[in-house]
Design a protein around this ligand. Structure first.
Ligand SMILES: [Fe+2]
Length: 382
């Protein structure tokens, strides 16, 4: 049954995507179709070492499209790396971008695109709808099942001077096409599989309880949660299983379609705070915060959280929040540390909370949180 507030007007932005075995090899054909004469192939050293950047390069060469590789990208990509990539894009006279990698290369590629078309510093695009000129064509090939940068309107870049993550949200950041191939996922290390899987779970849960959710985003969010619950523990046991890897990739896709349109919530606002100051893996920050945010948010959306709890085998009619089930799931896939064990000190919490409070992701959190509320949540996660 559609609820009254779900009649609100909603926009649903989705890029073209192709999913299935061998999708990666279509990069060259699409680059040519988009009229790319010189491609900037954006990736990172790990993906290069695993051979996936070469595989994409071969596809470009077969299609007769020359390319230049830019791989000077770290996890939690930095503003300076985006600007360096834009320099290469300009000096090599590129007119299109192909990104292969996880969230970091894809977010960096998005940044390079809008810097190149607008000739402005990446930090000037912080916030919602701040990109005046559309980016050049962008083809994304995700190699993790978590960030969903390949379908989303988001890019997260670290402002290295101020050591904080900025969120850029704009339709101009939606790639032109995503090529979703399960094969690159098979070379992901266990830790990355787990962290990115928990990131996808956070995307789906936060989108489902978001103030900007809609019947369309609910559909994708719930399917993502269901798929992650079943496929993520299984893929850890059998990492080279292509069917299982594909299930996690589909989960990430569904989660991406949901959160790109319904936005996120306090978990992401708080994880961005942590990631900026401590340079920690984004998915791990989310994983350690999620259950505490659920406990804090529960009363604002009990029916929705109960439905999530049911997917995680919570007994119907239980009088507690599903935070316990989510925590048990996290531990079952090997995430057992606390924020303290990751090096976060209590005296850093006021600064972290102020940053989370200013993050655009907080706007759609189902409960309106004060800075003090956010401090309490961080403290619970220590
Ligand atoms: Fe995320």
């Amino acid at each position: 049954m559609i609820q009254r507030n779900q009649l609100d007007l909603r926009k649903f932005v989705v890029p073209e995507f192709i999913c299935g075995y061998g999708a990666l090899q279509l990069a060259g054909r699409y680059a040519r179709n988009f009229g790319m004469k010189q491609v900037l192939l954006v990736t990172d050293p790990g993906i290069r070492a695993a051979g996936w950047a070469d595989a994409v390069g071969e596809s470009l060469t077969e299609a007769g499209v020359p390319f230049t590789i830019f791989d000077a990208i770290s996890p939690n990509p930095r503003s300076g790396q985006v600007m360096a990539g834009a320099e290469v894009y300009h000096s090599e006279e590129c007119n299109g971008i192909v990104a292969v990698g996880g969230g970091s290369p894809m977010d960096c590629a998005k940044g390079i695109g809008i810097v190149s078309s607008n000739m402005q510093d990446i930090l000037t695009f912080e916030g919602v709808d701040r990109v005046p000129v559309p980016a050049p064509p962008l083809i994304c090939i995700p190699t993790t099942a978590g960030s969903s940068a390949d379908v989303s309107q988001f890019a997260i870049i670290t402002d290295e001077m101020r050591r904080r993550k900025i969120a850029l949200v704009s339709k101009a950041l939606v790639p032109d096409i995503s090529l979703l191939d399960p094969r690159p996922l098979t070379t992901m290390p266990l830790e990355l599989t787990v962290d990115t899987g928990m990131d996808a779970l956070c995307h789906a849960i936060e989108a489902y309880v978001s103030n900007a959710s809609s019947p369309m985003t609910d559909l994708h969010a719930l399917e993502a949660i269901r798929l992650i619950h079943s496929a993520l523990p299984a893929v850890i046991e059998d990492p080279e299983n292509l069917e299982l890897r594909f299930s996690t990739l589909l989960a990430s896709l569904h989660a991406g379609l949901a959160f790109s349109n319904a936005s996120l919530g306090a978990t992401h606002a708080m994880a961005h705070g942590l990631g900026g100051v401590y340079d920690l893996p984004h998915g791990r920050c989310n994983a350690l915060l999620l259950e505490h945010v659920i406990a804090a948010n529960y009363e604002a959306a009990p029916d929705r959280y109960d439905r999530i709890g049911a997917i995680f085998d919570r007994e119907p009619g239980e009088q507690t929040t599903p935070a316990g089930e989510i925590a048990a799931f996290r531990r079952s896939i090997g995430i057992t540390a606390t924020l303290t064990e990751l090096g976060i000190r209590k005296d850093a919490i006021p600064t972290l909370a102020r940053r989370a409070y200013a993050d655009p992701c907080l706007v759609t959190n189902p409960r309106r949180l004060t800075c003090e509320d956010i401090e309490r949540i961080y403290e619970h996660a220590l």
